[in-house]
Design a protein around this ligand. Structure first.
Ligand code: GLA
Length: 384
């Protein structure tokens, strides 16, 4: 994570005011992909890459946003925010401001400096980190706060309604509610969750294929539509199946022939992934790393073959990890079509694993990957 003291002095120099500073982490999902918008289960962890937001009030009624990552400053009228996003980094904080305004919060003028190290477009939820950090910063100026799950929902709405990306709740939820050294099994229906400690001897090795991924690109919404179409077929026969969360593999066998072949495969992934995710949390809780790794492997095959959410590079990264010493389990993480793989690796082997995987991937694909040894981190909070 970037040094908050550096952000503080940057903010002071630019805006001549002493800021309050907030941090919100990115995330890695251990298992449970494209299940969140089907009201199913996911098991992410917050990671030690994050966005920092420094904020101070101003008296001219302007919202001035500065991004250190983009080296750009944008000014808006607090009382006349643009009604929709414009495919710009400022959409994320503005979207949050817009949703908070809709909830009755009158955002005063403020200066905000943003600085993050979550790799962009890598499936590690840089957008959610930016939204959640901005939300905490804005709320602090109004002396308001929300419980973590509510905050996550507001930030998801910013992304759905303002940015225009049709994502589920997972990323915002874990950024707001993550816990140090824990993964979190989230029931995306009622937002209840269970924390599962990640043992000290296990490292999260995140391997970036360097293939860019985007939730607002075409593939994510297409997959979502295809899986929802399968759900509609099941729902036409059996009531009480508003989401694939409610469907069973038996439903799929019974009525799958009425579905488009692609929809059938997408639903097969989502329904089986929900079962795997709950089983993976059980395995983690009882310390059965072998079973957890097996489920992650199965999840990758399902994500790649049935959901067709992977890409050659991610499949290669997962395949190349298989016989490296220390591997517990590997799979593509996040929205798909690129981004990063998550490798659970024995801590003692993690450095050698990362080096060997990087070398193998570069030799095979000609792409030099970025490989990070991470740990599960705390959710969003104020930094003193
Ligand atoms: C992206 C979305 C999430 C979730 C994942 C896939 O990260 O933002 O809501 O749907 O993809 O599991």
């Amino acid at each position: 994570m970037h040094d908050p003291a550096v952000l503080r002095s940057m903010h002071r120099a630019r805006f001549q005011a002493d800021p309050a500073i907030f941090v919100a982490p990115g995330r890695v999902n251990l298992i449970g992909e494209h299940t969140d918008y089907a009201e199913g289960f996911v098991m992410p962890a917050a990671i030690n890459f994050a966005t920092l937001a420094a904020i101070s009030p101003r008296s001219d009624g302007k919202i001035v946003l500065y991004s250190e990552n983009y080296g750009e400053e944008k000014t808006f009228d607090a009382s006349a925010l643009p009604p929709k996003g414009s495919q710009h980094w400022s959409d994320y904080p503005l979207g949050v401001a817009h949703i908070l305004a809709g909830e009755g919060h009158k955002l005063p003028g403020c200066s905000v400096s943003l600085w993050g190290d979550v790799p962009l477009g890598s499936g590690l939820s840089s957008s959610a980190a930016l939204e959640v950090a901005s939300a905490l910063a804005f709320l602090s100026l109004m002396d308001a706060s929300y419980p973590g799950p509510v905050l996550a929902r507001l930030c998801q709405r910013a992304e759905n309604e303002y940015v225009g990306a049709n994502c589920g709740i997972m990323d915002q939820f874990i950024s707001a509610n993550g816990q140090e050294n824990h993964a979190l099994l989230l029931d995306c229906r009622d937002l209840s969750y269970k924390l599962a400690p990640i043992p000290d001897h296990v490292a999260l090795v995140i391997a970036n294929t360097m293939v860019k991924h985007s939730v607002s690109g075409g593939d994510y919404p297409t997959r979502r539509r295809e899986s929802e179409a399968a759900c509609a077929v099941i729902a036409s026969h059996r009531s009480g199946v508003p989401f694939l969360r409610d469907a069973t593999l038996e439903d799929l066998e019974k009525w799958g022939h009425e579905m488009e072949p692609k929809s059938y495969l997408r639903a097969k992934h989502v329904i089986s992934e929900n079962l795997r995710t709950v089983a993976a949390c059980d395995a983690l809780l009882r310390g059965d790393m072998k079973e957890l790794g097996r489920l992650m492997g199965e999840a990758h095959v399902s994500y790649s073959r049935d959901f067709e959410g992977s890409c050659v590079e991610a499949d290669t990264m997962v395949a190349l990890a298989q016989d490296l010493p220390g591997l517990i389990g590997a799979r593509l993480t996040g929205g798909g079509f690129g981004g990063c793989t998550i490798n659970l690796v024995e801590q003692a082997e993690a450095a050698a694993f990362a080096e060997a995987l990087g070398a193998r991937y570069a030799a095979q694909t000609g792409i030099v990957p970025e490989i990070h040894i991470c740990h599960a981190s705390a959710g969003a909070h104020r930094l003193e």
